[in-house]
Design a protein. Structure first.
Length: 213
C-alpha cells in the first residue's frame, strides 16, 4: 500500500483550490477560442462570400456601363463627329480590372472555405481530450482531495499532539528502573502493606515469647 508524507493540510487545500482555478481558466480560454472560431468561420463562409458576390455583380454593371459609353463614343465617330474615346477606354480598362480582381478573390475564398472547416474539425478533435480532462478528471481529483482532507482533519482531531505527556511517557520505556527493577504500581504497594505489617507483628510476638522464663 502506498503512503503519502503529508506535512500540511493547508497545502492540500491550496492545491485543491489551484486545481479549481486551473479548470476555470482553461474552460474560459477554450470558450473564448470557440467564440472566435465561430466568428471567423461565419465571416469567411457567409459575410465575405456575400460581399464578394455583391461586388462581382456591381463591378459587372460598371463594366457594362463603361462599354456602353465607349460604344456611344465610337458611334458618334461614324456620323462624322470626332470626339476622343481614350477616356472611356481607360474607364473600361479599370472597370474590367476591378471585376477580375473581385472574381479572383471570390475563387480564392471558395477554395479556402473547406480548408478552414477541416482545420476547425481537427482543432475540436484535439481539444476534446483537454475538455474531458478539465471537465471530468479535475472535478474527480478535487472531490478525492476533499475526502482526504476531511479524513486528515478527523485524524488530527483525535491523535495526541506531538510532545504530549502521554506520548513522552510511552516513548521512554526505560523510566522507572531506578534500582534495577520495575517501579511497583499503587495497587501493588497497597497489597504489600498489610503483609508487611503482619510479618512485623509476628516477629515482635516471637521475640517477646522467647524472653519469658
Amino acid at each position: 500500500m502506498s503512503q503519502a508524507d503529508v506535512r500540511s493540510i493547508e497545502d492540500l487545500r491550496e492545491f485543491r483550490a489551484s486545481l479549481g482555478t486551473y479548470a476555470d481558466d482553461v474552460m474560459a480560454t477554450l470558450g473564448g477560442v470557440d467564440m472566435e472560431i465561430r466568428r471567423v468561420t461565419r465571416w469567411v463562409t457567409e459575410e465575405q462570400r456575400m460581399y464578394w458576390e455583391g461586388e462581382i455583380k456591381r463591378r459587372r454593371e460598371k463594366v457594362a456601363m463603361a462599354r456602353s459609353e465607349l460604344a456611344r463614343r465610337r458611334l458618334s465617330k461614324a456620323f462624322g463627329s470626332t470626339p476622343s474615346d481614350s477616356e472611356q477606354k481607360e474607364i473600361l480598362d479599370r472597370a474590367e480590372a476591378r471585376l477580375r480582381d473581385a472574381e479572383t478573390r471570390a475563387m480564392k475564398l471558395k477554395k479556402w472555405v473547406p480548408v478552414l472547416q477541416q482545420a476547425v474539425l481537427e482543432y475540436k478533435a484535439n481539444v476534446r481530450r483537454l475538455i474531458d480532462l478539465v471537465g471530468g478528471d479535475v472535478p474527480k481529483a478535487m472531490a478525492l482531495l476533499e475526502r482526504h482532507i476531511a479524513a486528515l482533519e478527523a485524524y488530527t482531531s483525535l491523535a495526541p499532539p506531538i510532545g504530549s505527556p502521554r506520548e513522552e511517557s510511552s516513548s521512554r520505556p526505560g523510566e522507572g528502573m531506578a534500582s534495577g527493577g520495575p517501579t511497583p504500581s499503587a495497587e501493588e504497594s497497597a497489597e504489600e502493606e498489610p503483609a508487611a505489617e503482619a510479618a512485623e507483628a509476628t516477629a515482635t510476638q516471637e521475640s517477646a515469647g522467647g524472653s519469658q522464663p
